[in-house]
Design a protein around this ligand. Sequence first.
Ligand SMILES: [Zn+2]
Length: 476
Amino acid sequence: MAPTVTDATGQPGANGSAGASGTAAASGTTGTAASAGSSAQAGADAQAGTSRQAGATTRTVTELADGRELIYYDRGTPPTARAVADLRPLDAVAPSSEVRQDPMTGAWVTVAAHRQARTYHPPADECPLCPSREGRLSEIPAGDYQVAVFENRFPSLAGEPGTHPVPPALDDPLHSRGPGIGRCEVVCFTADHDASFADLDEDHARLVLDAWTDRTAELSALPGVRQVYCFENRGTEIGVTLAHPHGQVYALPFVPPRTAKMIDRAARHRAATGRNLFDDLVAAERASVGSGPVASASADSPAGNSPSDYPEDSRVVLAGEYWTAFVPFAARWPYEVHLFPNRRVPDFTGLNEDERAEFPRIYLDLLRRFDRLFGDGDQQVRAPYIAAWHQAPAGHEDELALHLELFTVRRTADKLKYLAGTESGMEAFMNDVAPEFAARRLREVGQAPAAASNPETTPDTTPETTADTTAEEAQR
Ligand SMILES: [Zn+2]
């Protein structure tokens, strides 16, 4: 089932649906999901998820001046015209990158030297992700938008997926390389430059979920794409170069190292137990809260079914009806939360309507807890974070599970966790914060704001030394 889209330029959209006219809508997003069909189960579930209760999502495909694709996502009918031409005199960029495989570890590395020229910390009045206005044209030609997705002008991966063998042929095992074929997209979460994802309302967060689902369906259907990776970097501490709230989607031509390890671990678990690793993982964490309270998803109204009733050592932060968030047993980062749908699905397209409906409350609650971790009374200190969505790569839909890995590099209000000798040198993480303590803190900050104690006074911190120095000293 191909989505019906509006087309501002009259050119074919990425899916070749030229000539569509008028605003069409309705489940354009989930409609694509079914056609992508990452698995039979996903297709069936996507079908089930096509009815949106709070108004359908409209997808409008347009083209920027240099030929890149720009897609608007709107709840219901767009309030203003989306078919606005990009008037900038942009030359088409011919990005070139290559992927090389590390012969020692098997990890693929993307080399994209052309990206050195990309936009770097522009002033707010030159933000390329704000809507265009008179005299100041941005990447978004429209005067307003809800959610917008466009191809990155300085992508790490580009070109037509599937035009080269991917991954590269292993005829020279020491020097496996190939063109960096893939696609890099920017997802603008809102037109409000000063907002953060955590500031969005639930309907708007749901719209972002619809956009992620649509991009996953469309990009995973491209030949040569092995995995679709949706993520958000938030905060200058993470290295974000544009302050405007946005995330990215990478259509990767290879399976990245962390996913490759999960494939291996899931296979071992299956061989040893006959069961799925992720099913067992989620069930074990949920078991720690028993059949107890379903977490209130509203952080501001914890009355009644508070996660404070959870056992002290539980790592569960939020146990929703359809989603579970917990600090992993071997967390790498000071504050790290994994969020799984209780029912295993390979990717966004596999979520059903119940799971989609609950997601915004759970996810917004988690992000707001992160922002409360390091606050002092009324003063909110935004936590820098990485939100990494793991989706099953092609061929592994039966075992891998859609899940979010959300973590902050902040250890205390004024200290960051740096990846130094052990982490960067050996990929061996040293974590100063016990996962059970982190979970307790994350449950506490979901309560009344007054409950947020100053983490500087808590015993997990080591104010005088950095994390890995401490760890290395302890090993001597
Ligand atoms: Zn902006």
